[in-house]
Design a protein around this ligand. Structure first.
Ligand code: ZN
Length: 224
């Protein structure tokens, strides 16, 4: 995918965006401004919801970029040239020139993204707790807690060991070569299995609900 807009270079990696990113930016702002924030922090001014929603949506895209940048920075560290990162409707996409020389390198590159999301998720959750404790406006604490929740979900979702998710590359790096080859045969069915998990609500039961519970317990604010 080519960039429609060039956003600049971060850590030596060219970052661009597709126009389709505006769709997701508008959608996230809408959901936050009309549902998430008014429910989590009632009694604020409508303008406060919209302002917080717009800033939080942009911050979320920055978190997606951080996940993708982590992949790219590790790739560059291993001598693989990175053409750039494109942000679009379904997240970020790194364009690498060349392949990882072995499964171990691929595994390290894959692990970097979820680790970055996990670190961001933990940091945002702690920040939300501190803000709530310091009696900061509820809207602000709720927005930061939501970012913590989303980064946590991003990390755990990407760790599911199904192709094309990061977790599958990590698993292939960990498996003995013969098993790794057998496992790689799953490749064409990964998306199908993921869709099946989503439609049968299993993803929600085993992934979304526990993380939501964890963030609610950690922040102790009952935001979500
Ligand atoms: Zn990733």
């Amino acid at each position: 995918m080519d960039d429609d807009v060039r956003l600049g270079r971060i850590a030596g990696v060219a970052v661009g965006a597709s126009w389709s990113l505006l769709v997701i930016l508008a959608l996230i702002t809408w959901i936050l401004g009309t549902e998430v924030l008014p429910v989590a922090a009632p009694d604020a001014h409508p303008a406060a919801y919209w302002a917080a929603a717009a800033v939080t949506a942009i911050a979320f895209l920055a978190c997606l970029l951080a996940h993708e940048l982590a992949h790219s920075v590790v790739a560059r560290g291993r001598g693989i040239e990175v053409e750039g990162i494109t942000l679009w409707m379904f997240g970020g996409m790194s364009r690498l020139k060349g392949e990882a020389p072995d499964a171990r390198t691929e595994e390290r590159m894959a692990l970097a993204g979820p680790l970055a999301s996990l670190a961001l998720g933990a940091a945002m959750t702690v920040l939300a707790v501190l803000l709530a404790g310091a009696h900061a406006p509820d809207v602000l604490a709720a927005a930061i807690a939501w970012l913590g929740l989303m980064n946590g979900m991003l990390a755990v979702f990407n760790l599911i060991p199904l192709p094309p998710l990061d977790g599958s590359k990590i698993l292939i790096g960990l498996l003995p070569p013969a098993q790794a080859v057998s496992y790689a045969r799953l490749q064409p069915y990964g998306v199908l299995i993921l869709l099946l998990l989503a439609f049968t609500n299993l993803l929600s039961i085993f992934l979304i609900t526990p993380i939501r519970w964890l963030v609610a317990q950690a922040t102790g604010t009952g935001f979500f």
